[in-house]
Design a protein around this ligand. Structure first.
Ligand code: ZN
Ligand code: ZN
Length: 147
């Protein structure tokens, strides 16, 4: 048993089943985002898997898309309101809700981001990598810098 035993392509969907998708996450590492937008949008920190550009929506009839910033959009089900993913507008990155994925076996909670935005009323006991908003933006700028 190990990462190799789990299928690479995972299935998922919303609460009512109107939106179903497949995605191939880069690994089974779950990130939590504590930023104010994610918390307001998902009613808690948003747990995601990095799925690169691999998300495929089976039927987009009930898919809602909200442009939440200059560079990103948030996809949800228009029928039941489930938060499905955060994506860059150029389609290069889909951070898919870990909770929207059907089979969560092998998932491990590895990183928390925007920890400087986290409200003081909760705290996870998991030992994870912790990144502030400025650290996330710096890492992202480095990764996407063509030079
Ligand atoms: Zn739905
Ligand atoms: Zn966030």
């Amino acid at each position: 048993m190990g990462a190799d035993a789990t299928p690479n392509v995972l299935t998922g969907g919303c609460l009512c089943g109107a939106v179903r998708f497949t995605a191939a996450p880069r690994n089974r590492h779950v990130d939590a985002c504590h930023c104010g937008m994610c918390r307001r949008w998902t009613a808690g920190p948003m747990f995601t898997l990095d799925c690169g550009g691999t998300l495929e929506i089976e039927d987009a009839t009930h898919l809602g898309v909200y442009r939440s910033s200059e560079w990103a959009e948030r996809c949800f089900c228009k029928q039941c309101g489930t938060s499905l993913c955060y994506r860059l507008v150029d389609g290069s990155l889909y951070s898919v809700s870990a909770e929207a994925i059907d089979d969560k076996s092998g998932f491990s909670f590895t990183t928390q981001i925007f920890v400087d935005d986290k409200p003081p009323y909760y705290e996870f006991a998991n030992k994870t990598k912790m990144m502030t908003g400025p650290e996330v933006f710096a890492a992202f700028a480095k990764a996407s810098d063509p030079a």
